[in-house]
Design a protein around this ligand. Sequence first.
Ligand code: SF4
Length: 156
Amino acid sequence: MILVSACLLGNNVKYNGGNNYNQAVINFLKDKEYLPICPESAGGLTIPRLPSEIRGGTGAEVLAGNATVISKEGIPVTEAFLKGAKSLESLLKKYDVTMAILKENSPSCGVTAIYDGSFSKKKIPGMGVAAALLHAHGIPVYSEKNLPFICPKDKA
Ligand code: SF4
């Protein structure tokens, strides 16, 4: 089973009520078993919602209690992000999850980079909270920019 960021599949779960539909991801998933996930929705955040960023570290530090997640208006949303990420553990118990394909740069789903908490579009290396949790459980985590074993023509 492959866990996939629901917004990449065209589900309108993004903070602004939109999605991040990605044809290459859809192509990759053809004939594969997958499950859409949205950690921020699972954590109880609304659609739409204010954008959030991790302040003081990356997803791994949030999981360790050493960094926080705040909305653009400065409201702490760390608990919702943790709840959403930890909701994935029940899926890991229920399914044989072989990998995850997650939306790059998101404070939940980012795989190689996230925004730095200044809401100024600056990025830092690191994973979002849910991606870090999956990684800590040994699940290979990819993004839409780094799909595994894919024909180059499908990357467009
Ligand atoms: S990036 Fe992750 S948390 Fe954000 S809308 Fe997409 S699936 Fe939900």
